[in-house]
Design a binder for this molecule. Structure first.
Ligand code: A4P
Ligand code: MG
Length: 203
């Protein structure tokens, strides 16, 4: 099993809902356990045009080798209607592998840690929210990089649901899956969503 962090972004269509649905989609994979999900953030486009983005980060435990994880990310992007008309074009869904264990990968189609994550508030702020002491290979502690991106507009969205409060009552604020739920083929995260609304309308 490897702990990985994915960055999710969207600024086309119902971007906020798409991010929530994409997290459910990840949680439903047998090869993935979603350990934590950041809040949703509204962010100013960086090096890109179009509407404001919504961004979040998820922490996973996965049995997938990194290339299989990348292929899954592309498959999920396609499922949510991703098109690539030009570089940094507005998108219905972007899934980037920010970190994969402690590995450093530098290949033509896969660079990990993601090469621009340390310059972007939309990646660093949600990462530090879910993992305050995170170390980024080759860069050090993520929280020490926040000052340099302080000029980038980013606004935390209020969650309308009480999932985290319920988790806190149960003594855990981050672990959102259970073996029982996995055995039934659905992560507890997705079970939480579907127990509230069959369309997964819960953040
Ligand atoms: N690729 C290489 N490394 C990775 C990795 N670690 N994870 C390759 C995922 N993919 C990786 O990706 C282009 C190619 O990068 C893929 O073929 C993959 O094999 P893409 O998804 O087609 O395009 P992308 O994600 O736009 O490319 P890139 O270079 O990752 O863009 P950035 O730098 O992530 O910028 N502003 C806000 N506020 N929020 C955003 O989410 N996103 C971007 C995209 C720009 N501005 C933004 C946001
Ligand atoms: Mg991408």
């Amino acid at each position: 099993m490897t702990v990985a962090y994915l960055g999710l972004g969207a600024n086309l269509g119902d971007a906020r809902q798409t991010l929530k649905d994409a997290v459910v989609c990840l949680a439903q994979q047998h090869t993935i356990t979603v350990l934590a999900k950041s809040s949703l953030y509204r962010t100013a486009p960086i090096d890109a045009g179009g509407d404001d983005y919504f961004n979040c980060v998820v922490k996973l435990d996965t049995t997938l080798p990194v290339r299989h994880l990348l292929a899954l990310c592309h498959k999920i992007e396609l499922h949510f209607g991703r098109e690539r008309p030009f570089r940094n074009a507005p998108r219905t869904l972007d899934l980037d592998i920010l970190l994969y264990g402690e590995q450093s990968i530098d290949e033509p189609d896969l660079i990990v840690p993601h090469p621009r994550m340390t310059e972007r508030a939309f990646a660093l702020v949600p990462l530090v929210e879910i993992e305050p002491t995170l170390i980024i290979p080759q860069h050090g502690r993520a929280d020490t990089l926040l000052a340099a991106v302080a000029g980038q507009r980013i606004e935390k969205m209020k969650s309308s649901c009480q999932c985290m409060a319920l988790d806190a009552d149960a003594g855990s604020t981050t672990a959102v899956t259970s073996d029982v739920a996995k055995d039934t083929g659905a992560g507890a995260l997705s079970a939480q969503y579907t127990s509230r609304d069959t369309k997964g309308r819960c953040s």
